[in-house]
Design a protein around this ligand. Structure first.
Ligand SMILES: [Zn+2]
Length: 298
């Protein structure tokens, strides 16, 4: 993808050197993008409690190893010296995609006579306090509706390459655009409708979650259409996004047991469904085509 750094990014809150420091403002369920949501947190906590699933050092599960990813980034809690940020390019690119996606949605909302309230992107390392409770990077990227922030540990980029086999800048961009898709659902009131329906009929909760996730994929595709129209797509970009969308499908994650990313039971749809809905958004560029809730066959 063609891009250039935007300079300062008012949408981005960099907490990587600050050791958390987020505020808790009530509770709401986080929506996982790398796959995972609260189920993932619970699994990690259970693994810690049970002392299982680790690297066999004899001392039980080493959560530190899991959270650190492939390393190379700054250490949580230690300030990053100016000019010495090993993740600078990835941070700049993430900020670019986040800002670009929000600009695109601002324009789409405006065409419909609506205002778009911008979300924030919080970069953190290892663990973070959010309006949806405390989270560790083991859950992958996620959006918290309660504080309207996307939470991202940049080390997930390496996990996508090593564990999910989904390399490439546009694969990463897809993940960010998917999280913005959840914010769009929040802005449109879709998320509240889903929550109400879920409370009314808890047995339907999983099916609703799948449709909510697939809609966020479709919205990511709508953003990708804008990138294409701006002449910024490069050969292979869309394939990278396909690979990423497929690799974070629940069926694939179920086969990745043992990695840092843990499956949440089929709340994100299959790989084929994720690819299909991303394509719908990407080929039409029309968010009204992303009504996964009305579709008989997803
Ligand atoms: Zn999601």
């Amino acid at each position: 993808m063609k891009w250039s750094p935007r300079g300062s990014s008012p949408d981005v809150i960099d907490q990587r050197g600050g050791g958390g420091g987020g505020r808790s403002r009530g509770r709401g369920a986080a929506i996982g993008g790398g796959g995972l949501g609260l189920g993932g947190i619970l699994i990690v906590v259970l693994l810690q409690v049970l002392g299982g699933g680790g690297g066999g050092s004899g001392s039980g599960f080493d959560i530190g190893q899991v959270l650190q990813g492939a390393g190379g980034g700054p250490v949580a809690g230690e300030p990053i010296p100016a000019g010495e940020d090993p993740e600078k390019d990835l941070k700049d690119f993430s900020a670019y995609v986040f800002g670009d996606a929000q600009d695109r949605w601002t324009a789409i909302f405006s065409e419909q006579g609506r205002d778009y309230g911008r979300a924030k992107l919080v970069l953190y390392r290892s663990g973070v306090s959010t309006g949806c409770g405390d989270a560790s990077s083991a859950v992958g990227p996620f959006y918290c509706p309660a504080d309207q922030r996307v939470y991202l540990d940049l080390s997930f980029y390496q996990d996508m390459i090593d564990q999910l086999k989904a390399p490439g800048d546009f694969a990463w961009a897809y993940v960010i655009a998917h999280e913005i898709g959840h914010h769009v659902q929040q802005e449109l009131g879709t998320a509240a409708e889903v929550d109400a329906a879920r409370r009314k009929d808890p047995s339907d909760a999983n099916a609703l979650s799948v449709r909510q996730e697939l809609q966020a994929d479709c919205y990511a595709g709508v953003w990708a259409r804008g990138v294409y129209q701006a002449g910024q797509l490069e050969p292979g970009d869309v394939d990278e996004a396909f690979t990423a969308a497929e690799s974070v499908g629940d069926d694939r994650l179920q086969r990745q047991a043992g990695g840092r990313v843990q499956p949440d039971s089929f709340t994100h749809g299959t790989s084929e469904q994720r690819r299909r809905w991303f394509t719908t958004g990407q080929t039409t560029g029309d968010p009204s085509r992303c009504d996964t809730f009305a579709a008989d066959d997803i």
